[in-house]
Write a protein that binds this ligand. Structure first.
Ligand code: AMP
Length: 423
């Protein structure tokens, strides 16, 4: 088995219970988000690299180290999407969605790609659900967006959730904060990692969410004032309003004065939702407001707010809370040909009963005992036996594998019997 080709590190094949669980999460998100008027959009899995460079930001870990970027045969610079917002916004601008009734609510789900250190809850191909509301500046939309994310998690049965809320201010507030950080950190820059020394010039705020242990120690040593201390009056008023509205929506939250999200495009509201038993450094998801992003991508000014959560992280949280994932495919009927002549006939009967019933048929003749064993192994609810005698009389011998009851019946009667609608 040494030469077996394996899946790339940090990627997974999804099937069986895992795949069902993924679908359960996306279906739940779909129900909640579409009941609030969101429209599903599937954007391409790769985009021009500049879509992410311009939006996620040149100083972020994602752009500096984690993107799967390549040139195609035509020499185009392309990147496998590391997150969903940039692509959704590119689509919003390109497809003229600005003229749709405001606000425009979009959602998507699917695989994202980041070349990260692989560990529990951190993969290189992972899956996100993304939701974005475009067109409104009101704090009400921020609060509603957070409420919708919490509603999805609650609908899935998750408990022990914590919403951490902060604000990254307006661009001018961030300029002041970055200035403060530069002055504070320049004298100790020799102790910072190479990346963080670069960030000191590019965007010092990014140092605050560095994953480097040494950086974290420096930050703890010198005691950094939080972004919230630097909010101007407009951003502060917006923040106060979001807090008040969340109370009215009955969404419990904690103010986290130091919250900085890993992407450059946020302004004002920034939030993360974490699960008590998974911990702070691996949030289930988060989001915030990003009014300037559309212009960065060459579009009109469009206020916007949104969130993303990771499906794999949610699954870990659901396991921690012992939540069941839905059961899967149920085989209604397993057809067993008792001799060679019946093999084709059972396959044809199966095709006639689908898709009303889930039906499989054996492809070689079986003895009744062996056939019934196979039916049970597959988890079938009923077995249908077809031998010479049954063929002559135009019936199937249908056996209920739970009760052991057995009856001969014509094809027209089978659907009613198996689906419980009686003969
Ligand atoms: P972000 O886009 O970085 O704000 O991430 C939003 C959410 O996506 C996180 O809270 C995680 O749930 C999930 N996520 C991000 N990166 C990964 C990864 N490498 N592996 C698994 N999930 C991830």
């Amino acid at each position: 088995m040494n030469n077996v080709i394996r899946a790339v590190k940090g990627t997974h094949d999804l099937y069986g219970e895992q795949l069902r669980a993924h679908k359960h999460i996306t279906d739940t998100a779909r129900r909640v988000l579409e009941s609030a008027g969101a429209i599903e959009v599937h954007t391409p899995i790769f985009e021009e690299t500049q879509v992410f460079e311009k939006s996620v930001g040149a100083s972020t870990d994602i752009v500096r180290k984690e993107m799967y970027t390549f040139s195609d045969r035509g020499g185009r610079h392309l990147t496998l999407r590391p997150e969903g917002t940039a692509g959704l916004l590119r689509a919003y601008i390109e497809r003229g969605m600005k003229v749709w009734p405001t606000p425009v609510r979009l959602w998507t789900s699917g695989p994202m790609f980041r070349a990260e250190n692989v560990q529990r809850g951190r993969q290189r191909q992972f899956h996100q659900v993304d939701y974005e509301v475009l067109g409104l500046e009101s704090a009400l939309i921020d609060a509603e967006t957070i409420e919708l994310m919490v509603a999805i998690l609650r609908e899935l049965g998750l408990e022990s959730l914590k919403v951490r809320l902060g604000s990254v201010g307006d661009p001018e507030d961030r300029l002041r904060y970055n200035h403060y950080l530069r002055e504070l950190l320049s004298p100790v820059q020799q102790r910072l990692s190479d990346d963080s020394r670069d960030r000191l010039t590019l965007n010092p705020m990014r140092i605050l969410d560095s994953k480097n242990q040494g950086d974290r120690e420096v930050l703890a040593d010198i005691g950094v004032r939080p972004m919230l201390d630097f909010l101007g009056p407009a951003a502060m008023a917006h923040f106060e309003e979001v807090k008040e509205l969340l109370e009215q929506f009955a969404v419990p939250f904690e103010v986290d004065p130091s919250i900085v999200r890993g992407l450059d495009y946020y302004i004002r509201t920034a939030f993360e939702v974490q699960h008590d038993r998974i911990g702070a450094r691996s949030a289930l998801g988060g989001g915030g407001r990003y009014d300037g992003l559309s212009e960065t991508l060459g579009g009109p000014r469009v206020p916007a707010v949104g969130f993303a959560f990771g499906i794999e992280r949610l699954l870990i949280a659901m396991q921690e809370d012992n939540l069941p994932t839905p059961s899967g495919y149920v085989l209604d009927l397993y057809l067993i040909p008792l001799d060679a002549e019946a093999v084709t006939e059972t396959a044809i009967i199966a095709s006639k009963l689908r898709p009303t019933l889930h039906v499989e048929s054996a492809f070689s003749p079986k003895r009744p005992g062996k056939g019934l064993q196979e039916a049970s192994k597959r988890g079938a609810r009923f077995a249908g036996l077809l031998g010479k005698e049954e063929q002559k009389r135009g019936v199937l011998a249908i056996k209920n594998l739970e009760t052991g009851e057995q009856a001969d019946m014509r094809l027209e009667q089978v659907v009613g019997f198996v689906s419980g609608r009686q003969v």
